[in-house]
Design a protein around this ligand. Structure first.
Ligand SMILES: Nc1ncnc2c1ncn2[C@@H]1O[C@H](COP(=O)(O)OP(=O)(O)OP(=O)(O)O)[C@@H](O)[C@H]1O
Ligand SMILES: [Mg+2]
Length: 249
């Protein structure tokens, strides 16, 4: 049960991640225009948006891969301005990139070991069994080269690799992309299980609104780098505009 220190004055769980008026972009274009959002501890928050809306840019700015041009980001009450990615990983912010990016030539096990690069080998070993218990398919293929796994299995590997950094906030960039429907459900079911068991906080960006809202507590919709709608996931799932734009209704 949350104690008072975990609860903000408005009665909600304290935000683990607090983003205020964030702007970021590339050489010539600003891709994010003043995004504000918050992710309460132990919740699942999704950011929905079409191709090019700025979802990946948002996660890259939050994980220090892209400079922040304006606004502020606080994690657990501390500013993240100018903090290098490796330090962010040590503090518990882990980003599973779009397109998975597993090392195709390395075994499943070696990919997982690399996920724990900021931690001591003995600690990583201890966690390996626990993480693999969520992904029995990976356990079966532990010695195989990662490049021989299916798209969905590679996504599981990317998530499992992220978990081996012991994240407090796990940020996932389109975990459903290029994954067969049956494995998509398995992946989201597993994310739900991990959230429930480990009090992990998740920020998921997705084009697949249906599956993302299904595991989320709260959602934001972004268009051309700005938040255009937000609300409890159940409300967004029933919203006519969202159903038309993202759920093919
Ligand atoms: N490396 C880059 N250099 C210049 N512009 C970029 C770069 N990466 C993305 N952009 C532009 O920034 C905007 C946001 O792109 P972003 O990749 O964040 O979208 P997205 O929501 O992740 O899309 P998708 O669902 O297709 O992955 C787009 O206009 C895109 O063309
Ligand atoms: Mg993207």
């Amino acid at each position: 049960m949350a104690n008072d220190a975990d609860t903000s004055p408005i009665g909600r769980t304290r935000a683990l991640l607090q983003v205020e008026q964030l702007s970021a972009g590339y050489d010539k274009i600003m891709a994010l225009h003043g995004i504000s959002l918050e992710v309460p501890e132990a919740s699942v928050v999704c950011v929905l948006g079409a191709n090019g809306a700025g979802k990946t840019t948002l996660l890259r700015a939050l994980s220090g891969l892209l400079p922040v041009a304006g606004g502020s980001v606080a994690f657990d009450g501390q500013s993240l301005a100018q903090v290098p990615t490796e330090t962010l990983v040590r503090r518990g912010i882990v980003h599973v990139p779009q397109g998975r990016m597993v090392f195709a030539q390395l075994s499943v096990r070696d990919n997982l070991v690399l996920g724990g690069y900021t931690r001591r080998a003995a600690e990583v070993n201890d966690d390996m069994d626990r993480v693999l218990s969520y992904f029995p398919r990976l356990k079966e293929r532990i010695g195989s080269r990662a490049g021989t796994l299916s798209g969905g299995e590679q996504q599981m590997l990317a998530i499992a690799r992220g978990l081996l950094s012991r994240p407090r906030l796990l940020m996932l960039d389109e975990p459903s992309m290029g994954v067969a429907p049956i494995l998509k459900d398995a992946i989201f079911e597993t994310l739900r299980e991990i959230r429930d068991r480990e009090r992990l906080t998740l920020l998921v960006v997705e084009q697949d609104a249906d599956i993302a809202l299904d595991i989320s507590d709260y959602g934001y919709v972004i268009e051309t780098g700005a938040v255009v709608m937000q609300g409890p996931a159940a409300d967004l799932a029933n919203n006519e505009d969202i159903r038309r734009a993202y759920l093919g209704a």
